[in-house]
Each structure stands twice: as C-alpha cells, then as structure tokens.
Design a protein around this ligand. Structure first.
Ligand code: FES
Length: 119
C-alpha cells in the first residue's frame, strides 16, 4: 500500500427502498488498485453489508458492470481514482446497492469494452 487514501462515493439502497443514497468511503491506495478491489475492501474491512457482484475478474463475465461517474464500466478493469461515484447500472431491477438483475436483457445488450449501450 502506498500510504495514500482515496475517497469514493458508493450507491446504497435496499430493495424495499424507493430511493438510494451515496455513502462516502475512504479506502487505501495500492499499485494497480481497481474499482472492484476498493469495493471488496469496503465489504471486507468497513461494511460487510455492501452488496457487490463479480465473478471472473478477467473482463469476461460482465457481472461487475456498474456506473462510474455516470458511464457504464467493468469495475474489475478500471483503475480507482479519487472522487469516483459508483452506482448500479440503470434500466435493470435493483436487488441491493450495486447489484441488479441482468436477466435476459443483458444478452440483448451490445457491449463494447467499457461501455454498455442498447443494441
Ligand atoms: S468480474 Fe467478470 S468482467 Fe469483471
């Protein structure tokens, strides 16, 4: 770890809540840290209740997609930067926090490296 810390804002919302909120977290910086690493750090060290989903970490499964500063990205691939705002992908049913129900819609969605756009 470099001794630096980064502050990010993460969307929190339970399925039963009509509106979410952004919570700010301070996470340590280390060489090569990705957004997903920071979310896992929060989950393991700060708040076990944070819901975040991933699987492969090699840009294959797409389950780690989320909105980062308003743009859809794979959180396992994007370097973490100070001040990032991390939210769930819109247009899908929210399960909790950053986890959405992709279902069949994901298969019908065109995907380019870090963008998630309708086909
Ligand atoms: S975890 Fe599979 S693409 Fe990111």
């Amino acid at each position: 770890m470099s001794g630096r810390t980064l502050r990010i804002k993460v969307h929190r919302q339970d399925a039963g809540e009509t509106e979410g909120r952004l919570e700010e977290y301070t996470v340590p910086h280390w060489e090569g840290i990705k957004i997903l690493d920071a979310l896992r750090y929060i989950q393991e060290e700060i708040d076990h209740s944070l819901a975040v989903r991933w699987s492969c970490r090699i840009e294959d499964c797409r389950t780690c997609q989320m909105l980062v500063n308003g743009k859809s990205m794979l959180s396992c691939q994007i370097p973490l930067e100070d001040g990032m705002v991390i939210e769930p992908i819109p247009r899908f049913r929210l399960i909790r926090d950053l986890v959405v129900e992709f279902g069949e819609k994901m298969d019908a969605t065109e995907y380019s490296k870090n963008e998630f756009t309708d086909s």
